[in-house]
Ligand binder design. Structure first.
Ligand code: 10E
Ligand code: SF4
Length: 312
């Protein structure tokens, strides 16, 4: 049997915001006496959530599932001010695991709305991060997903328009939407540097560097993970068949028929061990050569929230 090559995209898997959010829950489980509730999935990954659940974390969809006075963690995707206010009103002990790069987008939303602009948020409807950002200035913010949405957009004053984006969008698709916005609103204002974060950009660039060489791309990540789904789409746009898998068990035998080069990556919320398990499984199916293509070395690290640092 000829050797199969596994091209490992790098960077892949956990970003700094996800590492921080998981550590927040782990530290609270270790050091707080009572139960630790988490509003929504801490990050969009079934394995991460199941693992923390096994260790005692209680995941709830909304705050009404949290008893008065209990500790509740806000997920890495951020929350709207209404959720924060509700938690205050209920006297909940809130520990905020929102990624600092999402918090930055919330601050921009408040600043742009306060200066009287219509805020155009580029993002995916219904996503938790988008819900949170929209909530900062709901009556002044409009959501667009596509160039067509921009064409249909009507605003109060075309001279006073700012934009923001979700942090996990496809870089190339977003730049097309942004061009459309700039053409329509000549005075469009926005953040100094793009809201699509370093981790999203790096994972997309790393995959783009290997996708053309691969006969098949596997992305480890869960179905509701926006950044992971963008990676699958990126490979498919380059005409390489690509699939999103939660773990090695998701690989279907027929995907591998005639495949000599497998491109492998993982979304920002997918644990690195799941990638190792995919490599292991492919190795059990026949001889493999593993080649890692490192495009960028990430050194970003976020400090834990003070409430967690103090309880250690
Ligand atoms: O669905 P997303 O990609 O936004 O989330 P994720 O939990 O899969 O990955 C981490 C990304 C976050 C928290 C959004 N900035
Ligand atoms: Fe933060 Fe980016 Fe990771 Fe989201 S993907 S948690 S914004 S570093």
């Amino acid at each position: 049997m000829p050797k199969r090559t596994i091209l490992l995209a790098s960077p892949r898997s956990f970003c700094a915001g996800v590492e921080r959010a998981i550590e927040v829950v782990e530290q609270l489980l270790a050091h707080r006496p009572g139960p630790v509730y988490v509003r929504k999935q801490i990050v969009h990954n079934t394995h991460v959530v199941a693992d923390l659940e096994r260790r005692g974390a209680v995941f709830v969809d909304e705050l009404d599932g949290v008893p008065d006075g209990a500790t509740v963690v806000f997920s890495a995707h951020g929350v709207a001010p209404a959720v924060r206010n509700e938690a205050d009103r209920r006297g909940l002990d809130v520990v905020d695991a929102t990624c600092p790069l999402v918090t930055k987008v919330h601050a921009e939303a408040r600043r742009y709305a306060a200066r009287g602009d219509t805020v155009v948020l580029i993002g995916h409807a219904g996503h938790e991060e988008v819900e949170g950002t929209l909530g900062e200035a709901r009556d002044r913010t409009v959501l667009v997903e596509t160039v067509e949405d921009v064409a249909a957009l009507q605003v109060d004053d075309p001279e006073r328009v700012s934009y923001l984006t979700q942090t996990t969008l496809a870089v190339d698709e977003t730049s097309a939407v942004l061009d459309a916005l700039r053409n329509k609103f000549r005075g469009l204002r926005g953040p100094e540097s793009a809201d699509i974060c370093y981790a999203t950009t790096n994972r997309q660039e790393a995959l783009a560097a290997i996708a053309d060489e691969a006969d098949l791309v596997l992305v480890v990540g869960s179905a509701n993970s926006s950044n992971s789904r963008r990676l699958v789409e990126l490979a498919r746009r380059r005409d390489t068949p690509a699939y999103l898998i939660d773990d090695a068990g998701g690989i279907r035998g027929e995907w591998l028929d005639g495949v000599r080069v497998v491109g492998l990556t993982a979304g920002a919320s997918a644990p690195p061990r799941l990638v190792d398990e995919v490599v292991e499984l492919l190795g059990q199916l026949g001889p493999v050569e593993v080649v890692e293509r490192e495009l960028t070395r990430e050194t970003v690290h976020f400090t834990l929230p003070s409430a967690v640092r103090e309880s250690r």
